[in-house]
Design a protein around this ligand. Structure first.
Ligand SMILES: *[C@@H]1O[C@H](CO)[C@@H](O)[C@H](O)[C@H]1NC(C)=O
Ligand SMILES: *[C@@H]1O[C@H](CO)[C@@H](O)[C@H](O)[C@H]1NC(C)=O
Ligand SMILES: *[C@@H]1O[C@H](CO)[C@@H](O)[C@H](O)[C@H]1NC(C)=O
Ligand SMILES: *[C@@H]1O[C@H](CO)[C@@H](O)[C@H](O)[C@H]1NC(C)=O
Ligand SMILES: *[C@@H]1O[C@H](CO)[C@@H](O)[C@H](O)[C@H]1NC(C)=O
Ligand SMILES: *[C@@H]1O[C@H](CO)[C@@H](O)[C@H](O)[C@H]1NC(C)=O
Length: 764
């Protein structure tokens, strides 16, 4: 049978285009850049070049931004805006610029490399000064005070392209960076030491640091230590994993250190390092640390339960995925540093074990110890035991995204339970908000922050403001951690499983959780809508689709949630069969109009066991009298079964997301054939159906203009139908049939038909 063959061919054609959707960890909702539901505050000014560093004042009202040749302060006290406050212009010296350019360096200029609070009133700022680094201390309130720049060769970075880290404790600066014109020396130093205390450096010992990249540092006050995180070239025999060419490290120095009196004079007597292992069981390691942040415990927890959340990528990314997040506990880091050590024997060129018998290695206060002890300390800096992630597992891993930076917080859900929320920036410019649930991670949403992938230098979280600040090469962005009002109804609010959001059944709005006891409907773990939204009644628009025999119809259906499963049902709730229908990966249903397929179709979404109708389509033939509108009404053809309960219908409930590229920024590539087909189908629908943009209740069909003509040509139509049915298998006749239809055909069905007939022509 010719027609059956055509249907079959068309089915096969589309089947080949289905995206093999991976069932991996994916964001539930995606917001493209500029989406009105997730507004980004942006500050970019032509004078703001090469943002390098960010610092937020303690009241979170002022954001300091280090850039090239400038330091700015921005007013971020108002929720929607970032405004200029003050600026320090600080250029590199002419002489340095000349030398730098002569050496063909790429980053000649004064790049702000370190920006920290020196004390409660002043900032400490390092500028690279075209490879002649300087440091200044300036009042935070008036940046344009005259500056007194001091050379800071061992304390400030030379280059803007290498990563470095610094922490200030009690007006003393702890820096880890590469120094020198060629960046060939690595330092972990203490500068600006108070009173008679010594400035300190690392002793020059083999294997102390091997081409490190410094990632982050932080004070751990309970231990009197500074912890530093970096990656370096691994040592085949020194490290516990032979296959690690690059290893991630945690290192320590004590803040009370003052260097030895003879051995290790003006050198750290407390430096020690250990391997950080982010690995699932015995699988390949994620060995390259990209960023790591501290999550302090609550007041009634021991400081030992401080956690460090790190983003790692893998040298062997092909087999083990692109990136992973691991957490490390302070207790485990302490255990590693108080354990045994390894000593490098230069003569034998090998590592030997150095038992920590008297328990002195890795502790603070050794600077006052005997020369004998300090000689052992000097060569015993590598802890034998690696620090493994909490639970020896990954918190999450992604095969699709390469995460580069992160921020973390704990937040209390409506029921008082606290959850860890991670904000992960991808290299491609998306921000993923992830909540760690008992069953594993859940990506609540992704927000496109940049159109072009770009180097993100910094991400800062202000818990009090509930905002993230992101510094990239294109400016400074601010993103609120949540926008609960973007969830239009109880089901969406609960399904989001966002610990920040809960449904307020009194105000009938998705509201921000403001701590325990807020009487909001929320179920972060299981998103149980049936339990939380007792009076929720789903409403969906019914769209009437006028179609002709032999036309290929595409009924679009998109669930906003990418975790929802979209299915199509008949009115009697039985599933639409796979043949002669085709459900494409974007959720739309494609079929050829035959007498059997003129029907009513529900598009259903199922998520977390909750099923709802997203849209209902009634496909009708244009000439059947019962489809004609009664003359008294203007827009009678479509009914909205809005229940007594009038939940607002979100845009996506009405399903017509015409601009695919905007609404789905990360969809896998589609072939052009698929795209053009979709576009065609969308254009048709767009002209057939007018949807009110607030997703309210108006759905109308633009056919009133041909109504009267329709009646006049009714007879002609019927004749045409008979002709069509009779000669449906024969193509040429079917064209003749079309030509005999009245000219006042609605444009959309006309073009639709041409598209459909062309396709069928190609197939036959
Ligand atoms: C939050 O969502 C609402 C509703 O979509 C929108 O009007 C508002 O602008 C959004 N706010 C932000 C800060 O994104
Ligand atoms: C500074 O920014 C410009 C333009 O964004 C970029 O081309 C250049 O490479 C950046 N320079 C450095 C040293 O980062
Ligand atoms: C902070 O340090 C600056 C520079 O040393 C000093 O002038 C200022 O008094 C200090 N402020 C406080 C509150 O200690
Ligand atoms: C900045 O400098 C100008 C002129 O030198 C001065 O009038 C102004 O008060 C200064 N601003 C601040 C905040 O100190
Ligand atoms: C170091 O030792 C000296 C003399 O033994 C003692 O006076 C001093 O208090 C010690 N310092 C510390 C910080 O332990
Ligand atoms: C439901 O309706 C469809 C089409 O109207 C029909 O093909 C199917 O047999 C019906 N299923 C049941 C169980 O009645």
């Amino acid at each position: 049978m010719g027609r059956l063959f055509r249907i079959w061919m068309f089915w096969v054609l589309f089947l080949g285009l289905i995206d093999p959707s991976q069932a991996s960890l994916r964001p539930r909702v995606s917001f493209s850049q500029g989406s009105s539901e997730r507004l980004l505050g942006v500050y970019d000014s032509p004078t703001l070049k090469n943002t390098t560093t960010l610092l937020l004042s303690t009241d979170a009202d002022t954001l300091f931004v280090g850039a090239r040749d400038a330091l700015l302060s921005l007013d971020v006290s108002q929720p929607d805006s970032i405004t200029f406050k003050d600026k320090l212009e600080w250029k590199a010296s002419r002489q340095n610029l000349n030398t730098c350019k002569w050496a063909s360096k790429k980053d000649c200029g004064n790049f702000i490399s370190i920006l920290q609070f020196f004390n409660s009133t002043h900032l400490f700022v390092c500028g690279t000064n075209a490879y002649g680094p300087q440091g200044i201390i300036i009042p935070a309130e008036s940046l344009n005070a005259s500056i007194d720049a001091k050379d800071a060769k061992n304390c400030c970075p030379y280059s803007s392209t290498q990563r470095n880290t610094a922490t200030i404790v009690d007006e003393e600066l702890y820096t880890a960076t590469k120094v020198g014109f060629f960046g060939n020396k690595q330092v972990i130093s203490r500068c600006h030491s108070r009173g008679t205390r010594n400035n300190l450096e690392l002793e020059n010992v083999p294997k102390l640091l091997q081409d490190p990249i410094f990632i982050s540092s932080t004070q751990v006050a309970s231990e009197g230590k500074i912890l530093l995180f970096f990656t370096e070239v691994g040592d085949l025999t020194g490290d516990s994993f032979v296959n690690s060419f690059i290893v991630s490290r945690v290192a320590q120095v004590c803040t009370d250190d003052n260097g030895g009196s003879r051995v290790l004079q003006k050198r750290w007597t407390s430096f020690a390092k250990a391997q950080l292992v982010c690995q699932q069981g015995e699988e390949l390691q994620f060995n390259k640390l990209q960023d790591i942040v501290k999550l302090s415990p609550t007041d009634n927890e021991s400081p030992d339960s401080t956690l460090f959340y790190g983003v790692f990528t893998s040298q062997w990314s092909v087999s083990s995925g692109l990136s992973a997040v691991c957490a490390f506990s302070l207790a485990d880091i302490k255990a590693s540093f108080t354990g045994d050590y390894k000593t490098f024997d230069l003569g034998g060129n090998r590592w030997s074990r150095q038992p920590n018998t008297d328990g002195k290695l890795g502790t603070c206060g050794l600077f006052n110890d005997t020369d004998r002890v300090l000689s052992i300390v000097k060569t015993s800096f590598l802890a034998e035991k690696a620090v493994r992630s909490v639970g020896k597992k990954l918190l999450l891993s992604s095969t699709e995204e390469r995460y580069s930076r992160l921020a973390v917080q704990r937040t209390q859900a409506a029921n008082g339970q606290s959850y860890t929320v991670l904000y992960l920036l991808t290299e491609s410019g998306f921000l993923h908000k992830v909540v760690l649930l008992a069953k594993g991670p859940h990506i609540i949403e992704e927000i496109q922050t940049f159109k072009q992938p770009q180097t993100v230098k910094n991400i800062l979280l202000s818990k009090s403001k509930g905002e993230l600040f992101i510094a990239s090469s294109e400016g400074v962005f601010r993103v609120p951690v949540s926008n609960c009002s973007a969830y239009p109804n109880c089901a969406e609010c609960v399904l989001a499983r966002d610990p920040f959001c809960g449904w307020d059944s009194e105000t009938r709005a998705c509201a921000t959780v403001t701590g325990m006891g807020s009487n909001l409907q929320q179920d972060v773990e299981t998103g149980n809508v049936n339990k939380q939204c007792k009076d929720f009644k789903n409403t969906a628009a019914t769209v009437t689709r006028v179609a002709q025999f032999n036309e290929i119809v595409v009924l679009p259906c998109q669930s906003r949630s990418r975790l929802a499963e979209v299915t199509w049902r008949f009115l009697n709730n039985s599933a639409v069969p796979q043949f002669p229908y085709l459900q494409r990966a974007d959720g739309s249903l494609v079929f050829l109009i035959t007498p059997e397929t003129v029907n009513t179709y529900h598009c259903m979404s199922t998520e977390m066991g909750f099923e709802q109708i997203i849209a209902t389509f009634t496909v009708i033939l244009p000439i059947i009298p019962r489809s004609l509108p009664p003359p008294s009404h203007q827009q009678p053809d479509v009914t909205l079964d809005s229940g007594t309960e009038s939940e607002p219908i979100p845009d996506y409930y009405t399903t017509l997301e015409f601009d695919q590229s905007d609404s789905e920024p990360t969809t896998n590539e589609k072939t052009t054939a698929d795209r053009s087909g979709e576009k065609q189908a969308r254009t048709n629908l767009q002209s057939t159906v007018n949807m009110n943009t607030d997703g309210k209740d108006v759905v109308c069909i633009s056919q009133k203009s041909y109504y009267s003509e329709m009646v006049a040509f009714c007879l002609l139509f019927v004749i045409c139908l008979f002709v069509c049915v009779a000669f449906v298998i024969l193509w040429s006749q079917s064209i003749r049939c079309n030509k005999t239809t009245p000219q006042k055909q609605p444009k959309d069905t006309e073009s639709d038909k041409i598209w459909g007939t062309e396709l069928v022509e190609k197939l036959s």
